[in-house]
Design a protein around this ligand. Structure first.
Ligand code: ZN
Ligand code: ZN
Length: 213
């Protein structure tokens, strides 16, 4: 599958479109579109490439990763998927938005179905495997494409860093353990697409990430 990266909103959130160029099926991961301009950028890309969006997926339900959920699911008529352990964050999206003074940007939205460790999301002929990576938030997930060697990790792992664990439900030891046992065990050449900042690889982080030694 192919990966297109958009960086949106005041949060600098990476929104990923993962798509199968043969069947033209696509999923939008962590939609961060916050205004009409960002919405048009996304809609234009989908249209130009003739894609059909089948799902919106959240790596976790922090406001920056879910702020465009309603726009994306409405625009493409696509159900929203997330991990059940972040349900409490989904219920508090407006409260999270208020902390940034952007409550008016949030419409009520509902997750259509909840994901679990080991679930597989089909994207045309491609597959994304759900890996539960708790610690940054209880319901954090990574989405792994084994065939094409990439993983979308949300805020669990960054280039030379890991996610903060001082938000509700966060736990540093849990995060480090999950990253070490569930992400660092993927093949070293696996490309890592984080929720913020530049892509990296499992091998590079294994060798040089100071939080994982
Ligand atoms: Zn987060
Ligand atoms: Zn984030």
């Amino acid at each position: 599958m192919k990966v297109a990266i958009f960086t949106f909103s005041l949060f600098g959130i990476n929104t990923y479109v993962v798509y199968d160029p043969d069947s033209k099926k696509a999923v939008i991961i962590d939609p961060g579109m916050i205004n009409d301009e960002e919405e048009s950028a996304m809609a234009g890309f989908i249209k130009r490439n003739g894609l059909k969006v089948t799902n919106v997926i959240n790596t976790h339900l922090h406001i920056d990763h879910a702020i465009g959920n309603k726009r994306a699911s409405k625009m493409f008529d696509a159900p929203i998927l997330a991990h059940a352990d972040d349900q409490f964050l989904g219920a508090r999206l407006r409260e999270q938005a208020q902390m940034f003074g952007i409550a008016e940007k949030i419409d009520e939205m509902s997750v259509s179905s909840y994901l679990n460790e080991g679930d597989v999301i089909n994207v045309g002929n491609g597959r994304l495997k759900v890996i539960h990576v708790p610690g940054h938030s209880p319901g954090g997930i990574a989405l792994y494409d084994e065939a094409d060697g990439f993983v979308i990790v949300g805020d669990s792992l960054f280039e030379s860093s890991v996610g903060r664990t001082d938000l509700p439900g966060g736990n540093h030891a849990t995060l480090i353990n999950a990253v070490k046992t569930k992400l660092m065990t993927l093949p070293p050449n696996t490309v890592v697409y984080p929720g913020h900042g530049a892509p990296t690889t499992i091998g590079r982080e294994k060798a040089g990430n100071p939080f994982l030694v």
